[in-house]
Design a protein around this ligand. Structure first.
Ligand SMILES: NC(=O)c1ccc[n+]([C@@H]2O[C@H](COP(=O)([O-])OP(=O)(O)OC[C@H]3O[C@@H](n4cnc5c(N)ncnc54)[C@H](OP(=O)(O)O)[C@@H]3O)[C@@H](O)[C@H]2O)c1
Length: 296
């Protein structure tokens, strides 16, 4: 199988490459169909998804059967001050890829977010729930979902949340740094969601990509917690002693509004493929073990 990955140097793109090259993810071997996959891993330095001509040329040259779009403008707060750039990358770039995928006859996996929901009422969201994004990031990601669905007849939109991987910065690394440096962490306790290990997500994306049940999928690790619960588990599992203080959203204001409750239910995964996502604490434990090995 020939696979084109965009944004491949990011958290998810890196994990996809790792499991495709190893033949296995942390939670199990990847499907047989990917064993001899030829992977074309690109990022902005080799394929800018905003450059339609370059995207068409890359697709024509590599002839992928599967395109996985991991490129995005993921800095939620920066999106508020750069809404045009966010709309271009999260929506227009995704549409450009979808158009090229359609011309090629390739399946497209496009990754989206829990932030497409407002999170006002505390109820896990299923794929058919009506989105109502509150932030620029959420609005631009929803626009991306719509453009992709319009342009591609073979597309899977996979919504995930609170993602952490081995490369780049993320909440887990930030909390570990603060705990070690200050021996104290203060974290919001009134926003809830699903921490998700990028390696687990990469594994499920490869399973989803084999399905012809195109459409929206929710895919996060199992269980809902607050950022404070997540941070507490990070320092406890990593064995970093520190003071843990909960705070409210009002006490920790950010430029972008966050959903108070954006838990996603992996409903289609459960019903159609069997949901193999682990409980979030198990996935975090395995991530912390790998992170500590990488840092030795
Ligand atoms: N991170 C989360 O917590 C989270 C939560 C829910 C959903 N998601 C979604 O999951 C997906 C993967 O997220 P991630 O955390 O892996 O993202 P990431 O680590 O920020 O990676 C995104 C990659 O895209 C690259 N990129 C930027 N502009 C590009 C362009 N014009 N053309 C091609 N590549 C470009 C980035 O390069 P530079 O670094 O050089 O800009 C980066 O390597 C995204 O769709 C995101 O919206 C993420």
């Amino acid at each position: 199988m020939r696979i084109l990955i965009t944004g491949s140097k990011g958290q998810l793109g890196t994990e996809l490459q790792r499991i495709l090259s190893a033949g296995t993810a942390d939670i199990g071997p990847i499907p047989e169909a990917y064993r001899d996959a030829v992977v074309f891993a690109t990022d902005v330095d080799t394929l800018d998804i905003l450059d339609a001509e370059a995207v068409e040329a890359m697709v024509a040259e590599t002839q992928p059967e599967l395109i996985i779009n991991c490129a995005a403008y993921t800095n939620v707060d920066a999106c508020e001050s750069h809404p045009d750039l966010a709309m271009r990358l999260n929506a227009e770039g995704a549409g450009i890829l979808a158009t090229a995928a359609q011309r090629q006859g390739a399946t497209l996996v496009h990754v989206s977010t829990d932030y497409v929901f407002s999170g006002v009422d505390p109820r896990p969201r299923v794929e058919g729930d009506v989105p109502d994004p509150q932030s620029v990031y959420g609005k631009t990601k929803l626009a991306g979902e719509q453009l992709v669905a319009e342009a591609s007849s073979k597309c899977h939109i996979v919504r995930t949340a609170w993602l952490y991987g081995l490369v780049g910065n993320n909440f887990v690394k930030t909390i570990l740094g603060l705990a070690r440096e200050k021996n104290s962490i203060t974290v919001v306790d009134d926003q809830c969601g699903n921490p998700t290990n990028a390696n687990d997500l990469a594994y499920e994306i490869l399973r989803i990509a084999q399905s012809t049940a195109y459409g929206i999928w929710h895919c996060t690790n199992e269980g809902t917690c607050s950022w404070f619960d997540f941070a507490s588990a990070i320092v406890d599992l990593a064995g970093v002693p520190c003071e843990k203080l909960p705070c409210t959203t009002e006490e920790f204001p950010r430029p972008a509004p966050r959903p108070r409750y954006s838990s996603l239910e992996n409903a289609r995964l459960e019903a159609m493929l069997g949901n193999e996502m682990r409980p979030w604490r198990d996935a975090l434990k395995s991530y912390l073990e790998q992170l500590s090995l990488e840092q030795q």
